[in-house]
Design a protein around this ligand. Structure first.
Ligand code: NAD
Length: 491
């Protein structure tokens, strides 16, 4: 099996790197492909930056109305290939087919929003700021931009950046996760059909060597990153110290408060979808559930029932709601965290370890797991698990619950379930997180809104998607203009 090729300067080319690692179906351990991985991917990045730099000089002068036309075509191509893309995502990433289709829908919504660039890029003009003097601001593209993306949404996350960067007049390099490179390669086959300058959009494989080459290259002007917090912090520091603008979205540990006035059945179902969807491998997965004043344990019982009802298996099989986690190492790490939680004093209400899925005995499966009375200062409650594990915490008041939410080092998402407008309003106002859900389990912003992580979940100023993306991918230029009457008389 030959290694996957890069897409540079409008052509598929072999990597300069001879070493490659396996891309593996996490449900079966079948090797799907081999991806270049090693220090020579640095020269692949250099080639991509050089062709993206040339393409930029051409593309920046194309009117924005014309720049968005290929995106309309890309939307149609993505719609036509949704089933094929969803299948690929399930194969390489493990999530259920329905979840993979939902992911592509979100990607398409970002293409649609970026098509509004002619309006979104419009700026401000003030006439007569002083006598005979006008002042205005224009938005110009910044040059070669790049994104580095994680394994959990291979078909969607590059679209938080790519369509906006292109619509704004930049050129682009994608460095997909080495664990799941296939979905974006399929997307590049569609991009190859568009009428774009060669080198405008490039895809280069690899890991840290490719990333560092992007971070250090003087001609790369902006880096968009999504992944774990430690890597996000590193990307932000190294990229910004070499003068680039950087947006780096990191990990999460999302708390959800359940008030006793919520609808118990519906709340439990929505929370179980949030905790166990994508096998818990979502940066917006609910993780710590704070159950307020539930003396009879009604919410607890409903959550256990909702969790038990989830069907785990290979994502392309009929009726499967939850797939495997990404690697055997992830599975081991998650199972160790469960053990740690028990050692820290938690009660195991539902144990998803030792899951056996008939026909997929080698898959990285963990079934839904619930621990109650988890130590508040322990590792389980403060670590991003990124697996199908719920920690249940009992508290006596909304104030204590909000204090708990606000002690979280991350700030990606916080949610509340309640039928009280006052509780909801207090929570919305006080909770320290950038994405808030009120009676919502996965508060994922639509493409028009920024994906607004805070604290350890985000390093930078402007987030992905919507207007933030337009601002990130443009630099402002302010023009102060005067046309003296005296000159008009002279000539
Ligand atoms: P990861 O940090 O391991 O990898 C992300 C990317 O960084 C990959 O492309 C990888 O090749 C590269 N990379 C990995 N280690 C590196 C290093 N030392 N130096 C330079 N580059 C490196 O993340 P992952 O495991 O693929 O994804 C899961 C993480 O992503 C979770 O923490 C999750 O919360 C987070 N995530 C966050 C968001 C968000 O919007 N905040 C969205 C999705 C996922």
């Amino acid at each position: 099996m030959g290694a996957l090729q890069n897409y540079i300067n409008g052509t598929w080319v072999a990597s300069k790197e001879r070493q490659a690692i396996d891309v593996i179906n996490p449900a079966s351990q079948e090797v799907l492909a081999k991806v270049p991985f090693g220090k020579n991917t640095t020269s692949d990045i250099h080639s991509a930056v050089s062709s993206a730099s040339e393409a930029f000089m051409q593309w920046r002068d194309i009117p924005v109305m014309s720049r968005v036309q290929p995106l309309y075509k890309l939307k149609k191509l993505l719609e036509g290939a949704t089933d094929e893309l969803a299948r690929l995502i399930t194969l390489e990433c493990g999530k259920s087919y329905a979840e993979s289709k939902g992911e592509i829908q979100r990607a398409i919504e970002n293409v649609e929003t970026a098509c509004a660039a002619p309006l979104l890029m419009q700026s401000e003009f003030s006439e007569n700021v002083a006598v005979g003097l006008d002042e205005f601001m224009i938005r110009q593209p910044i040059g070669v931009c790049a994104c580095i993306t994680p394994f959990n949404f291979p078909g969607m996350i590059p679209f938080w950046f790519l369509p906006y960067a292109i619509a704004c007049g930049n050129s682009f390099i994608i460095k997909p996760s080495e664990k799941v490179p296939l979905a974006m390669m399929k997307v590049i086959e569609m991009i190859d059909q568009l009428d774009l300058p060669k080198g405008l959009i490039n895809l280069v494989h690899g890991g840290k060597h490719s990333v560092d080459a992007l971070l250090d290259h003087p001609d790369v002007k902006a880096i968009s990153f999504v992944g774990s917090t430690n890597v996000a912090r590193y990307i932000y520091q190294r990229g910004s110290s070499s003068g680039k603008r950087v947006q780096a979205q990191g990990g999460a540990k999302n708390p959800v408060i359940v008030m006793p006035d919520s609808d118990i059945e519906m709340t439990a179902r929505i929370i179980a979808d949030s905790v166990y969807g994508c096998a818990g491998q979502r940066c917006l997965a609910a993780s710590n559930i704070v159950n307020v004043a539930d003396q009879k344990g009604l919410v607890k019982d409903a959550l256990v029932e909702a969790a038990k009802s989830k069907t785990t298996g290979f994502g392309l099989d009929e009726g499967i709601e939850m797939g495997p986690v990404i690697t055997p190492e992830s599975k081991e790490r998650i199972e160790n965290l469960i053990k740690k939680g028990i050692r820290e004093g938690a009660d195991l209400l539902l144990d998803g370890r030792n899951a056996r899925i008939s026909g997929y005995e080698r898959g990285n499966f963990i079934k839904p797991t619930i621990l109650e009375n988890v130590a508040l200062d322990g590792e389980l409650i403060n670590t991003e698990i990124f697996g199908p594990v719920m920690s249940l915490i009992n508290m006596d008041s909304i104030d204590n619950a909000i204090d708990f939410v606000n002690r979280n080092a991350y700030g990606n998402m916080a949610c509340i379930f309640t039928s009280s407008g006052l509780n909801a309003r207090t929570f919305r106002n006080k909770a320290k997180a950038g994405n808030i859900g009120i009676n919502i389990g996965v508060a994922a912003p639509l493409a028009q809104f920024p994906f607004s992580g805070w604290d350890e979940s985000f390093f930078g100023d402007l987030h992905g998607q919507g207007r933030h993306a337009i601002e990130f991918f443009t630099q402002t230029k302010v023009v102060v203009e005067r046309w003296p009457k005296e000159w008009a008389r002279k000539f």
